[in-house]
Design a protein around this ligand. Sequence first.
Ligand SMILES: [Zn+2]
Ligand SMILES: [Zn+2]
Length: 221
Amino acid sequence: MTGARAKRSSGSEAGVELIAVPLGELQANAYLAIAGADVVVVDPGSEGEALAAALSERGLELKAVWLTHAHFDHVGGLAALRRSAPGVPVRMHHADEPLLKAAAAAAARWGVRIEQPPTDYVAIAHGETVTAGAIRAVALHTPGHAPGHLAFHFPDVGAVLSGDALFKGSIGRTDLPLGDHDQLIASIRRELLSLPQATLVYPGHGGPTTIGAEACGNPFL
Ligand SMILES: [Zn+2]
Ligand SMILES: [Zn+2]
């Protein structure tokens, strides 16, 4: 797994550590949220078997898979990861179900081959505190890049996984099916820029930033 060597960024307060693992051709960041021996994988974009192997090497027990959204570069490793832990729940917003069902077909249009992920999941509602083992985060519905896009806020860590809504110096594209630029800007302002300025932002692609840095310096906002 290329990403295991390239891991970076962590916040370790309150017993939860967040580790970025860039995966696949589009270098989408999977994130491991680790507390003790419990781990949640957020956005297993590819290399699901290698991810599963890395977890077991570290003695970690997969408690859940959470998806910020169901674009193929964030779910390409889901099928294989799920095979390694069949009972583990996949959690996402229901509005991304059409994207999840069409993930392999969408990848093929980009010349990328992924294994079609299983389509069963447990829905997450806006504002819900999602928990898995000792890991908990507040889910923020942030549509625009994708209709069911979620950010996961870890208030105790002071960090948010912003998916493909907000990047360092950029925002998510909205020219894909079901994208909506105005909705994305409104989502970012309402749900993300309202977080404490010092909040660390771990995006779906690229390196980390903070809410304060993006509120001041992001040219798209
Ligand atoms: Zn995306
Ligand atoms: Zn992406």
